[in-house]
Ligand binder design. Sequence first.
Ligand code: ZN
Ligand code: ZN
Length: 355
Amino acid sequence: MREGITRLMREKHLDAVLVADGANMRYLSGFTGETGYLYLSAGQQTVLTDSRYTLQAQEEASGFEVLEVSREKGYGELLLELSKQEAIGRLGFEDQVMIYGTVEKLKEKLPQDLEWVALGLELAKLRRVKTQEEIKRIARAEEIGDQAFTYLLGELRPGVTEREIAAKLEYYFKTHGAEGISFPSIVASGLHSAMPHATPSGKRLEKGDFITLDFGCRYEGYCSDMTRTVVLGKANERQREIYRIVREAQEAGLGAVRAGVSGAQIDRAARDVIEKAGYGEYFGHALGHSVGLEIHERPALSWLDETILEPGMIETVEPGVYVPGFGGVRIEDLVVVTEEGCRNLTRSPKELVEL
Ligand code: ZN
Ligand code: ZN
């Protein structure tokens, strides 16, 4: 973990880096508190946090010194002390993460000639290619997701509300080895399924509904993500048609994933299928995103992302068709990018399930 940051510091001529993003802090130090900062320089690696997290940081961030803010010494004062111990001229900071007012306040406390260097998303880039250990955790989280889906199929019946299904899902996760959800679960039935990110409501499931279930859990900090759409009762012809198109698009997307190809190219492969079937206007979002400590990481499988995929990246492949006033379908798998293609971590079947 430390090599990447050392390289970045050399490339950008930084004397120190201030890490503010919770996932980046965890990745670089092991500290899971997500509150405070990491301060990294040639001679120091320090966690700065408050008394709620001091003990936790001492336990988790091995090799790091832990400094606690107090009434007398805030983050600015502690950083000033640290920066005085070495000749710090250029400090890298996470401009995409830190709040403007916070940066202004810290700048006031620190030497006026200190050069603040905006790092954009450079630190998150260090997390793009996953190690074998990280892949194992994500695979385990996805496996718990698969088991949860099998369990849920037995719970979907007319009269149960979307919110109840979401609650059952979350209870299942916490009682089957996961730390909890990786993002608020989506349970969208009937007309709601036309909204890609619908919030589970008090609507009761009805016969004939499409039900889109998009969910994930966390295992040892790492996220999973999957979506399946089922029909409660017998599917009608249009439901079958839309489902078939989305499934074909997903197969095309999965078939296009491999190292050396850009996210935009893979998005195109899946989108072509939906456009040719005449449903292009009903697929508004990107094909996929990367997953790790955070549920939405980069690179994305999107027309906007020209990043070339590398082995060890983890991506979702999740095309959808959402027809307002009718309903929608999304199918999502989680895959590891390999030299030759990809390894699918999602095992749940994709034949249209009619319950
Ligand atoms: Zn999802
Ligand atoms: Zn997703």
